[in-house]
Design a protein around this ligand. Structure first.
Ligand code: NAD
Ligand code: UGA
Length: 479
């Protein structure tokens, strides 16, 4: 093999960089891995001796970090030094939707990726393989290459000379199952135009991934396949969510419909769970990126097709909050609503684009008083997302007054006492602990007529029937 990798630097210690590098470190003890980030607080947390306090929550991550950290896995802010030492550099930084300027609201903001390319161009030494791990618009590798090529030209007269190859290696992990996905991926995708560089990256994955699961393509196919994969997954969710509305209108049950269609092996059973609308940092951003790309190439019908997936998702979130308001007699003033779950899905502390944000904001606009619980999301994060301050007072004093602080919210550390005097409970994240709540006990402390809104379809309607609660379940036309 022409290139042997001994030292990796990953720029970006986020939800992708942290878990991905931890797994590579665990499976490749012969490689030294440095994960670097501009964010000092984040790095401090990655180095926290208490593995419960790592900056992201992901099942099994703590054990792996505990095993590898400071052996062959290091977290630091030493960007320059670690780039200098590396044979291979992963760019794993954020690529959010642009907020202003050309392409605002759709195109990806590549300023962090460009900054990384410039840092690599400046600090790297000798031959370096640069790997795009971030999800990027098609042809971004060209931008990275041109920045790196320019640095090659300017370093011509000064030793040591620098050379690069750029590969695309998009990440397909899902949050909450990141370690499982990394250990046993459906496929690893590597796009590039230099066989030796591709081989060097393949060798790393071959330490635990069967060779037949490692797909190699040209660089543009690899970039596009990542966007397409997320667009297809999100499209399935919007499709089933649209059907949930038809089920509610007709008396059909979306779970039964999902089971029936999912049994067709051409359709398959995965990603057919209806919910409050897809969230997460990527689905919306990546589809909008595809929309932008289509428009850029004059493919307006294609752009409109994909944009409708995002539009349906927003409509669906608003549909849920409207429905709650209507069931509660058209007004939420002086009403206490318990929100169970704020993360965009279970088993993560990530709230980016969580459906809970839009739904809670809508309920607050209607003057509701919300008491929000989540197993892993902090009140500080909810405050950032809702843009309103937590009150944190009366809940602890066990205030049972019915005159609630309309348009405000409190955070509940646990489930004890939170149902007292509540008019409604809304389940927004499918955390396991919500599945074992005793609803008969809860119904005794709520204010009648009390409602349960199950947007994740995790409760058994038969259990609720034993209580005095009114029950609405997403996609359940007879619920
Ligand atoms: P993140 O925001 O959690 O982490 C990105 C990190 O990069 C941040 O800590 C930030 O401080 C750091 N950073 C930015 N610019 C830097 C620079 N110039 N030098 C050093 N550090 C810098 O993002 P994420 O969720 O890990 O996503 C990263 C990329 O991976 C995105 O393109 C995303 O679309 C893609 N992706 C994410 C997931 C996921 O589940 N979150 C899955 C697959 C792919
Ligand atoms: C998703 C993809 O699944 C990953 O393959 C991809 O790497 C990642 O995006 C990314 O590029 O960031 P993630 O967003 O972490 O992963 O989580 P998913 O499990 O895909 O869930 C996304 C959203 O869809 C969540 O809000 C979830 O609750 C919702 N969802 C998912 C449903 O409503 N129904 C389903 O059947 C599945």
């Amino acid at each position: 093999m022409k290139y042997k990798i001994n030292n990796i630097c990953c720029i970006g210690a986020g939800y992708v960089g942290g878990p991905t590098m931890s797994v590579i470190a665990d499976k490749c003890p012969h490689i030294t891995i440095n994960v670097v980030d501009l964010n000092e607080e984040r790095i401090k947390n990655w180095n926290n001796p208490d593995i419960e306090k790592l900056p992201i929550y992901e099942p099994y991550l703590g054990e792996i970090v505990g095993r590898c950290r400071n052996k062959n896995l290091y977290f630091s802010n030493l960007i320059k030094e670690k780039i200098q030492e590396a044979d291979m550099i992963f760019i794993s930084v954020n690529t959010p939707t642009k907020k202003k300027g050309l392409g605002a609201g759709k195109a990806s903001d590549l300023k962090w990726v460009e900054a990384c390319a410039r840092q690599v161009a400046k600090f790297s030494t000798g031959y370096t393989i640069v790997v795009e791990k971030s999800t990027l618009p098609v042809r971004t590798a060209e931008v990275i290459k041109s920045i790196l090529d320019d640095s090659q030209k300017s370093s011509k007269n000064s030793a040591p000379s620098k050379t690069f190859n750029v590969l695309s290696n998009p990440e397909f992990l899902a949050e909450g199952s990141a370690i499982k996905d990394l250990l046993n991926p459906d496929r690893v995708l590597i796009g590039g135009d230099n066989n030796d560089a591709i081989k060097a990256l393949c060798e790393i994955y071959k330490n635990w991934v069967p060779e037949e699961k490692i797909l190699t393509t040209n660089i543009w196919s690899s970039e596009l396949a990542k966007l397409t994969s997320n667009a297809f997954l999100a499209q399935r969710i919007s499709s089933i969510n649209s059907i949930s509305a038809i089920c509610e209108a007709t008396g059909a049950n979306v779970k039964e419909v999902s089971r029936a269609i999912g049994s067709d092996s051409r359709i398959g059973s995965k990603f057919l769970n209806t919910g409050p609308g897809f969230g997460g940092s990527c689905f919306k951003k990546d589809i909008l990126n595809l929309v932008y790309l289509s428009e850029f190439f004059g493919l307006h019908e294609v752009a409109a097709f994909w944009e409708s997936v995002v539009n349906l998702n927003s409509w669906h979130q608003n549909r849920i909050s409207k429905l709650i308001t209507k069931k509660l007699f058209g007004t939420l003033s002086n009403k206490k609503i318990v929100i169970l779950g704020f993360a965009f899905k279970a088993n993560t502390n990530d709230t980016r684009e969580s459906a809970a944000i839009q739904i809670c904001q809508n309920l607050l606009e209607e003057d509701a008083y919300l008491v929000i619980h989540d197993s892993k999301v902090s009140s500080k994060q909810i405050e950032v997302d809702l843009g309103r301050k937590v009150l944190l007072d009366d809940l602890k004093n066990n205030d049972n007054s019915n005159i609630f602080k309309g348009g405000n919210w409190d955070f509940a550390q646990d489930l004890s006492c939170i149902f007292n005097n509540a008019d409604a409970v809304v389940i927004l994240t499918e955390w396991d602990i919500y599945k074992s709540i005793n609803w008969e006990d809860v119904s005794r402390v709520m204010r009648c007529p009390a409602w349960i809104f199950d947007t994740r379809s995790i409760l058994n309607p038969i259990d609720i029937k034993k209580s005095d609660l009114n029950f609405w379940q997403i996609g359940n036309g007879l619920g």
